[in-house]
Structures are given as structure tokens and as C-alpha cells.
Design a binder for this molecule. Structure first.
Ligand code: KG4
Ligand code: ZN
Length: 360
């Protein structure tokens, strides 16, 4: 019942403010993001970012993945200094803020609670409204930040690739989006990280695979490319294939991974990008969109950025590749999503709890 209500509310607002020009240049928001292992705060004036501070948690490196309980405790330590830093960098006093936007979900429940509790308390203390933001909407809406790069005007396709999600989203407007493809198991970022872990690299391994791949041969090793029905993805088979391949090779030569790190990285990266791009091509054909965008942490991947740009150029499409600072988790994207809702007077409620699986 609550899910339906949420959707109804969302659809009512959808047609109210869907154009970036409807955001007032003067509206000053603080935004907070704490859905996973980055604590971030940003200040936005209209669709311009005045500050975007991120505290990354290195505590997880030794565990090979994010440990939820440790993440919550790190958020508790980091949130006040990060918010102070964001206000100071923006040269904004908290008394000037008009609203506080925060990530309501999806994400790690304990982590979300820290950001939500902080946002609600500060909003109450300042007697200003709070705004609930969906993390995956925010990754996409980062394209509406005014940072000098082109802002989408027509409907576009967004490939949203992060540690927890891999989605193809048809973005009709800033507030009307439809998921048309999804991963059925691991997300692309999860595949990068899990394969990196198998290769003995620390968490998060995605950026390291990208770095090593720069000096490797993407055709050196052939790994299976999943081809799911319609616009869906699967990456768990790739992870298993790499695991068994490396077990076999390491039994023959214990230096195999170390001696082939660049080629292995390049081959894994090539396979993941090929799987993603095949579905992007199919989605473009099916939807007839005139632009494609990348969003989420994996959009920092150099091979994926290049593949999307080349594909767009070859097909006469506009391409929207986010600045690195807006690829991985950050509060600026929560801020721009918050601005759309602020302009529509779409405010949150103290009663609404964070949700680990907030519906899209
Ligand atoms: O969006 P994000 O910061 O957090 C989630 O919402 O999950 O994405 C983090 C993911 C991690 O899996 C990380 O390994 C991956 O993004 N990532 C990359 C690169 N930079 C970050 N994967 C491949 N290549 C990169 N350069
Ligand atoms: Zn994310």
C-alpha cells in the first residue's frame, strides 16, 4: 500500500517541474549523501554546485568489500566535519539554507539512517523543509548540474552503472524516468570489484582494473559474454569464469596473475564494456532516442566512457558523460535532484524512514 502511495505521489509531481529552467537560480540547498561508503555534503544554488565534499572510507579496503556496520560508524564520525567543510567551501552560513536534501534510499540501511537522521535534525533545528531523494534518480540527474557541459534537453537513454545497480533508463524528462533494462544478478561495478578481489587487488578494485588495463591487451584472454533476454544484463557468470580460469592457470604457474595483470585487467574490462554496449545499442534501436548518457561509479571507467562516445558519434547521437566528480557517489547529485523537488514544493516527512530498497 505504501509503495502505491509513493508512486502516486511521485507521478503527481512528475508533471509539475520537469525542466531544469523551472529551478530558481536563487534556491540554496544543502544536500547529504550517505547510502554506501562515502559521506558527502554539497551546497547548491539553483543548478550550480558551490561545494561538493566527499569523505571516502578506507576502512573497508582490508575486508575486500564494504562492511555495513563499519560504514555506519564512519558516517557518524564524518558527517559533521563534511557538512562543515561543504558550508565553509560554499561560503554559506547554515541560516541561509532553504532546505536540506538527503538520500532516502536505496542503499545500506545503517548508512542511510545516519544521513537521514542528520538531515531531519538539522532541518528541524533550522525550521526548514527536508527533501527525500532517490539515489539512482540522483545519479541520472547529475547531468542537469550546470558545470559547463551540455545539459540534456530531449529524452535520452541513461546507462546507470554502479556498485549496486546496472540499469538502462529511458529518461523522458528530469522527473519522468522508466527502467527498461536491469541486471539479473551482479551489478557491473560489483563484477569489477569481485573480479579484482579474485586477482588479489584491494577494494574497490574497479578503478585499479581500469588503471592496469591501460597497459594491457584486451584481446589476450577471452571470457564469456552473457546475452540475456531483451535489455537485461548478467555478470555473475563472468566472475565465475574468471575464477575458474585463474585457478587453473595459477595451479600451473603461481605467478600467472602477477605476470599478466595488465592483460587480464584489459580483457575483463573489454568483456564488461562489450556486454554493456550491446544492450545500449539495442535500447537505442528500440527507443529511438537521440542521446545517451552514462551515470554511476562505473561511468568513471575510461573504456566505457570511450565506447559510449564513439558509439554516439557513429550513430549521430548526443552523448552525456559525467565529470569524474559526479560519477561515484557524491552529494551534488542529491542536491540537483533536491532542487527539482524543491521547485515543486515536494517535501519529505519526519515519519518517512530510509529504505534500503526504495522503489525506482
Ligand atoms: O556509484 P558508486 O560510487 O556507488 C554505488 O552506488 O554503488 O559506484 C561505485 C562502483 C564500485 O563498484 C567501483 O569499483 C566502480 O564504481 N568504479 C569503477 C571505476 N571507478 C569506480 N569501475 C570501473 N572503472 C572505474 N574507473
Ligand atoms: Zn551510487
Amino acid at each position: 500500500m505504501s509503495v502505491c502511495l509513493f508512486n502516486v505521489i511521485l507521478q503527481c509531481k512528475i508533471y509539475t517541474v520537469n525542466n531544469v529552467n523551472q529551478i530558481s537560480d536563487a534556491s540554496l540547498l544543502l544536500a547529504i549523501e550517505s547510502s554506501c561508503d562515502d559521506t558527502s555534503a554539497a551546497v547548491l544554488k539553483g543548478n550550480k554546485v558551490l561545494s561538493n565534499c566527499v569523505a571516502t572510507q578506507s576502512v573497508h579496503e582490508q575486508y575486500g568489500g564494504v562492511v555495513p556496520e563499519l560504514a555506519s560508524r564512519e558516517h557518524q564520525k564524518n558527517i559533521i566535519p563534511v557538512v562543515h567543510a561543504a558550508l565553509a567551501e560554499a561560503k554559506v552560513d547554515k541560516s541561509a539554507l532553504q532546505a536540506i536534501a538527503y538520500t532516502r534510499g536505496p542503499g545500506l540501511l545503517g548508512s542511510l539512517h545516519v544521513g537521514a537522521a542528520f538531515a531531519k535534525s538539522l532541518a528541524m533545528g533550522l525550521s526548514i523543509p527536508m527533501i527525500e531523494v532517490h539515489h539512482m534518480h540522483a545519479h541520472i540527474l547529475a547531468h542537469f548540474i550546470d558545470d559547463g557541459s551540455p545539459i540534456p534537453t530531449d529524452p535520452f537513454l541513461c546507462l546507470t552503472v554502479s556498485g549496486g545497480h546496472t540499469q538502462l533508463v529511458l529518461v523522458e524528462s528530469a522527473t519522468s524516468m522508466q527502467v527498461i533494462g536491469n541486471t539479473l544478478d551482479d551489478a557491473a561495478g560489483e563484477a569489477f570489484d569481485k573480479i579484482a578481489k579474485i586477482m588479489g587487488l584491494p577494494y574497490p578494485g574497479g578503478p585499479l582494473i581500469d588503471q592496469y588495463a591501460a597497459k594491457g591487451d584486451p584481446q589476450k584472454f577471452t571470457f564469456p559474454k552473457s546475452n540475456m533476454e531483451a535489455l537485461d544484463f548478467s555478470f555473475s557468470g563472468l566472475k565465475t569464469a574468471v575464477l575458474y580460469f585463474l585457478k587453473k592457470e595459477m595451479a600451473k604457474d603461481s605467478n600467472f596473475i602477477a605476470d599478466n595483470l595488465a592483460d587480464l585487467s584489459a580483457s575483463v574490462q573489454y568483456t564488461i564494456v562489450e556486454v554493456l554496449m550491446k544492450k545500449v545499442a539495442l535500447a537505442v534501436e528500440q527507443t529511438g532516442v537521440k542521446g545517451i548518457a552514462l551515470a554511476g561509479g562505473v561511468s568513471a571507467n575510461s573504456a566505457l566512457r570511450k565506447a559510449v562516445s564513439v558509439f554516439a558519434e557513429e550513430h549521430g547521437l548526443a552523448s552525456y558523460i559525467p565529470a569524474f566528480e559526479y560519477c561515484t557517489d557524491n552529494a551534488a547529485m542529491i542536491g540537483i535532484a533536491g532542487q527539482f523537488r524543491f521547485a515543486a514544493n515536494d517535501f519529505g516527512s519526519l515519519e518517512n524512514a530510509p529504505s534500503a530498497r526504495l522503489p525506482f
